[in-house]
Design a protein around this ligand. Structure first.
Ligand code: NAD
Ligand code: MN
Length: 483
């Protein structure tokens, strides 16, 4: 198994024979390797997916059988929860308890949810206004939802299994085939999922999982003329390049990109809940979450109390290797990521930030980093405006409701936000004004399979999850019959 990837139902090495190491972020040591694919491998995978899309074994498979296979996949994942959680922890660094409770279990839930849609696809009958023909006939018009075809999916390293399932699930529910590229840092759970996909009875080539670098494999997928739809999750910078490459072929594209989500705490909030919520909003998953509550705005009269509460909780988090079940915060995913986060901390200090807690950059072999809170920097500074994607919180006071809203919206991103308050009039006044795909009230980072998820502004476009995701994986066919 080591050193192979899934193309056309077979476990294969790369055409070139090249491989790349998989690193344990807690030790900085390589513990296995995977193929390092290139364009030739991508061509093979796309050809396999195209063949599978045409194969009657898949194209004629009844929706109820697609549903059953997806449910079986969920069951198989459920019988291997501990293995998947350990693999995810080893590969990404995240605490194994989190991987178990969040990553693996929510992947199972999502597969069961999306399985149900396989049997619930529908079109509409449509009234048309043409004059009736003289012979007394008429017109019958309807729409049908058809699978978009071969999907190319490119995913990030922060929730590797979740992201794989968010792409593979709807592709299979709607009858598409897929070529998935996991992030180079975290290929393992996607590959293991590939084994379960074959075991669940999906025909060969329906799901292909191909490993390698973003600049080679990701770029080859984005610009591939025989891919019908690109589903990308990752940074705004790479998403833009992927979108431009896809557009050259008028390939459909959806982009789930970065964020810099504000957490607004009003003075009437339950402050204990807000403090606990603001802490986990940013430090969950080592701050490596697209929806991380990375900007904390607190009403001035309770500012000190709230940030000191968050700082105390942050300073008490137990940092350690993900595989230790008592660890609350693991290492960051890579040395590159830790360095990038540290550069932001240094930049913040230079631009006037005070360090409330954390703030130092260790050079331990594992990629550990203390939770860090910065205060006192201007709204325009880089640490407030840019996505850091690590355990760094910037905290700022506000006075009026309008000011809170305008600070929240003063960001190129628009992925998510949370409001902490017990004043329902205020809450309902703020919700419509927030430029964000998701607004949480008195909670943060809660995603449900039935609730559409996606971004505004530079956080991208398209909605995954819920019924909305079906639009990303289907095309509407309009049929008009003279009868
Ligand atoms: P990234 O953009 O560096 O990489 C994402 C994927 O793109 C990886 O598989 C990578 O190999 C690939 N890639 C890299 N260069 C490429 C290129 N030139 N062409 C095609 N593909 C290429 O992002 P990351 O560091 O893996 O993940 C972190 C980012 O993802 C953050 O910005 C985060 O906010 C975002 N994210 C967004 C969501 C969401 O749903 N909105 C979810 C998770 C993560
Ligand atoms: Mn890894």
């Amino acid at each position: 198994m080591a050193g192979t990837m899934l193309i056309g139902g077979e476990w294969v090495t790369s055409v070139s024979g090249n491989t790349q190491d998989v690193i344990n972020p807690a030790t900085a040591e390589a513990f296995t390797y995977v193929p390092s694919a290139n364009m030739e491998d991508v061509d093979k995978a796309v050809a396999a997916a195209r063949m599978a899309f045409r194969n009657p074994k898949w194209s004629q498979m009844r929706p109820s059988h697609r549903q059953r296979a997806l449910l079986k996949l969920a069951d198989l994942l459920e019988s291997n929860i501990d293995e998947f959680a350990e693999l995810e922890s080893l590969d990404n660094g995240k605490p194994v308890m989190m991987a178990n409770r969040v990553d693996v279990r929510s992947s199972i839930d999502y597969l069961r949810y999306i399985a149900g849609w396989a049997t619930k696809m529908e079109g509409r009958t449509v009234d048309v206004s043409f004059p009736r023909p003289r012979d007394g006939g008429g017109y019958f018009a309807y729409t049908a939802q058809e699978p978009v075809g071969v999907v190319g999916a490119i995913i990030p390293w922060n929730f590797p299994l979740n992201m794989a399932v968010w792409k593979i699930g709807p592709a299979l529910a709607t009858g598409c085939t897929i070529v998935l590229k996991p992030a180079s840092e975290t290929p393992l759970t996607a590959l293991r999922l590939g084994e379960l996909i074959l075991e669940a009875g999906f025909p060969e080539g329906v799901v292909n999982i191909i490993t390698g670098s973003g600049s080679v494999v990701g770029a080859a997928i984005s610009s591939h003329p025989d891919i019908d739809k690109i589903a990308f999750t990752g940074s705004t910078e790479v998403g833009r390049a992927v979108g431009i490459a896809a557009m050259k072929n008028i390939t459909r594209v959806s982009l789930e990109l970065g964020g810099k989500s504000p957490v607004l705490v009003f003075d009437d909030a339950d402050l204990d809940a807000a403090i606990a919520g603001a802490t986990s909003a940013i430090f969950f998953n080592q701050g490596q979450a697209c929806t991380a509550g990375s900007r904390l705005y607190v009403q001035r009269s309770v500012f000190d109390q709230v940030i000191e509460g968050v700082a105390a909780r942050a300073a008490n988090m137990k940092i350690g290797p993900g595989l230790d079940p008592t660890t609350q915060m693991g290492p960051l995913v890579s040395q590159r990521q830790r360095q990038s986060v540290c550069n932001y901390i240094e930049k913040g200090k230079k631009q006037g930030a005070a360090v409330l807690t954390g703030g130092s950059c260790p050079d331990s072999p594992g990629y550990f980093l203390q939770p860090t809170i910065l205060t006192g920097m201007p709204q325009a500074s880089d640490v407030v405006q840019e996505e850091i994607f690590g355990p760094v919180l910037v905290a700022m006071p506000f006075d009026e409701v309008e000011e809170a809203v305008s600070l929240a919206n003063d960001s190129p991103y628009g992925l998510a936000s949370s409001i902490w308050s017990n004043d329902h009039k205020k809450i309902h006044r703020v919700i419509p004004d927030l430029q964000a795909g998701t607004v949480w009230v008195n909670c943060h980072n809660l995603l449900d399979p039935n609730l559409p998820f996606g971004g505004n502004k530079l956080s991208g476009f398209g909605r995954e999850m819920g019924r909305a995701v079906l639009d990303l994986y289907t095309e509407t066919k309009s049929v008009l019959m003279a009868v």
